[in-house]
Design a binder for this molecule. Structure first.
Ligand code: ATP
Length: 546
């Protein structure tokens, strides 16, 4: 599948629009259109139902070490600034960036990739050609070598047919592997040596609270929803009588001032997360880590990512965050990534007691195998925690401890994008449905995710069919999202619904007038069958599993 085709469909059919489009757009921000909002809401609802409210704590879930409880929260986006100091985001949540002095553009350091190339650079105004070796770069894309060829063609002043005269050496590497940038040609530059050395850039959006707006009033838009859960741990314990092991789920907006937002909604500056913090006894945490890793992977497969583009990747020990005993990523081979590369959908991390301890004591750092309070040179703690007791007393074990945490942290926008990519299908339309086009594009979305569950068509606009269809549409609307369409040939109406992933179309025809049955047509199998009008809602609900 070509990514451009999906992007075009999303715009044309109202799934996604660029934010502020009539003003030229705003890089890294996206709006969900009428169908997109339904799709994303279904993704979030499926997660919330399956992980939080629909979870049955009386039953041992398959693969779980024991029964467990789940509950939810909805915290604010702006929180006490001290939270970000103790969580480490204030000091550590940064990416490295490089600036280009010539193009005035800014890039994320690890996104600029290139190769060494030798060629004859044609001089300007008839000056003689000169042999040069430079490091040509681009931002890694679906077809990076093609982009490098184009950049090299421009740099050396070659015609396309003379590209063979260039000598490329070495594999594609990030500029982070180079110690000197004097021979590096930046992604949008004409000359070598215009990239600055890398600098740190904190990804948190700053804002000011209140009208006075002094240094003390600076706060941040949350870069993750997780911290709201940690700082409410005690409130939840005290108010809802939950007992360990239990998890708290939260869905909400997060903000990161990404240096190079790109790849459609994959890397945005404003996005939504679906996060769980699962609290358990330290001895049991490795088992719970495995449970959540497998449970979350299974969820994506159950929701339709059951091809070979989804994978679970355990991090190497050297990749692990300083507090973690294990982390795995659930990744998807998005079509905009180079062949063989995967993008993260969700990270499942064993976080030990790092977060609760930091909010209790202050900012922690790892020294050897120990987590210690970070101190200034004068011995004062770098940032103080809340000082509140965030320990847990286990009355069965008669033991007080700081719970360990397993964190499955996923992005609603990335999941929605992966579901769209996986669902996009093109095949030959059946002869009976062919209009002007033999090609059939359809979104094979899981019925729970499909924005519109059923469409209702009168076969023709006469003989009382539109009236019956309108009545049926009214009945369906009370139970599920539905659309009514009476415009154009029925084949074209099927096509319009296929393209937005509607699982079922219901047609009212001549036979309906005689025997009260209607035709249901299945989006994926194209099978058609008749049911009695009174049985339609139940039949659809059963097939939709909703
Ligand atoms: P990446 O390495 O791709 O920047 P991350 O490891 O920083 O991601 P986490 O901090 O683990 O991401 O965030 C958890 C989840 O939130 C990610 O798996 C992803 O689904 C989502 N997410 C993170 N950053 C973004 C973003 N800029 N745009 C959209 N979703 C995001």
């Amino acid at each position: 599948m070509q990514m451009e085709e999906l992007v075009a469909l999303c715009k044309r059919r109202g799934f996604l629009f660029q934010s502020s489009e009539i003003y030229g757009g705003l890089n890294g921000f996206w709006d969900y259109g009428p169908l997109g909002v339904l799709l994303k809401r279904n993704v979030k609802d499926a997660w919330w139902t399956d992980m939080v409210v629909g979870h049955n704590e009386m039953k041992v879930m398959p693969g779980a070490p024991s029964t467990y409880e789940m509950t939810g929260l909805d915290c604010t986006i702006i929180m006490h600034p001290q939270i970000w100091k103790c969580s480490g985001h204030y000091d550590l949540f940064h990416d490295f960036m490089v600036d280009c002095r010539e193009s005035k553009r800014r890039y994320r350091f690890d996104h600029v990739k290139g190769r060494w190339v030798k060629g004859m650079k044609h001089g300007e105004n008839g000056a003689s050609a000169q042999e040069l070796t430079v490091f040509i770069t681009t931002i890694e894309t679906e077809n990076t070598q093609e982009a490098l060829d184009q950049a090299a063609q421009k740099f050396f002043g070659l015609r396309k047919k003379n590209l063979d005269s260039l000598e490329w050496t070495g594999d594609l590497t990030s500029i982070s592997s180079l110690s000197d940038f004097s021979l590096v040609v930046g992604p949008d530059a004409k000359q070598p040596g215009t990239l600055t050395s890398p600098r740190e850039f904190n990804l948190m959006f700053k804002t000011t609270i209140g009208a006075l707006g002094g240094e003390d009033d600076i706060s941040f838009l949350r870069p993750e929803t997780a911290q709201g859960i940690f700082v409410n741990f005690k409130n939840v314990l005290d108010s809802s009588r939950v007992k360990l092991p239990f998890g708290i789920g939260q869905i909400g907006k997060s903000f990161r001032n990404e240096i190079t937002p790109r790849n459609f909604t994959f890397r945005s500056r404003e996005f939504e997360q679906m996060e769980i913090e699962f609290f358990c006894h330290p001895n049991e945490s490795p088992l719970w880590y495995q449970y959540w890793r497998d449970r979350r992977f299974r969820w994506y497969t159950e929701m339709g990512l059951n091809g070979d583009r989804l994978r679970l990747r355990e991090h190497d020990p050297e990749e692990l965050a300083h507090y973690s005993c294990g982390t795995a990523d659930i990744e998807y081979a998005f079509p905009f990534l180079p062949e063989g590369e995967y993008g993260e959908l969700e990270g499942i991390a064993h976080r030990g007691n790092f977060d609760l301890r930091s909010h209790m004591e202050g900012k922690l750092v790892r020294e050897g195998n120990e987590l210690l309070l970070e101190k200034e040179a004068n011995g004062q703690p770098k940032y103080r925690g809340s000082g509140k007791d965030l320990t847990y007393f286990d009355d069965q074990r008669k033991e007080r401890f700081i719970p360990h945490v397993i964190e499955p942290s996923s992005g609603a926008d990335r999941a929605t994008l992966a579901f769209l990519c996986e669902a996009y299908q093109v095949d030959q339309a059946p002869t009976s449905e062919q209009g002007q086009e033999a090609k059939r594009v359809y979104l094979k979305l899981h019925p729970r995710l499909a924005p519109i569950k059923a469409a209702v068509f009168p076969l023709v606009k006469k003989d009382g069919m539109p009236e019956i269809a309108a009545e049926i549409y009214g009945e369906l609307k009370k139970e599920m999202t539905a659309q009514y369409d009476e415009k154009g040939a029925v084949g074209r109406r099927y096509r319009r619904q296929d393209e937005i992933g509607t699982p079922f179309c219901v047609t009212i025809d001549g036979q309906t007038l005689q025997d009260g049955t209607v035709t249901i047509r299945d989006r994926d199998t194209l099978e058609q069958w008749r049911v009695k009008r009174e049985e339609l809602v139940d039949e659809l609900k059963q097939r939709l599993n909703c």
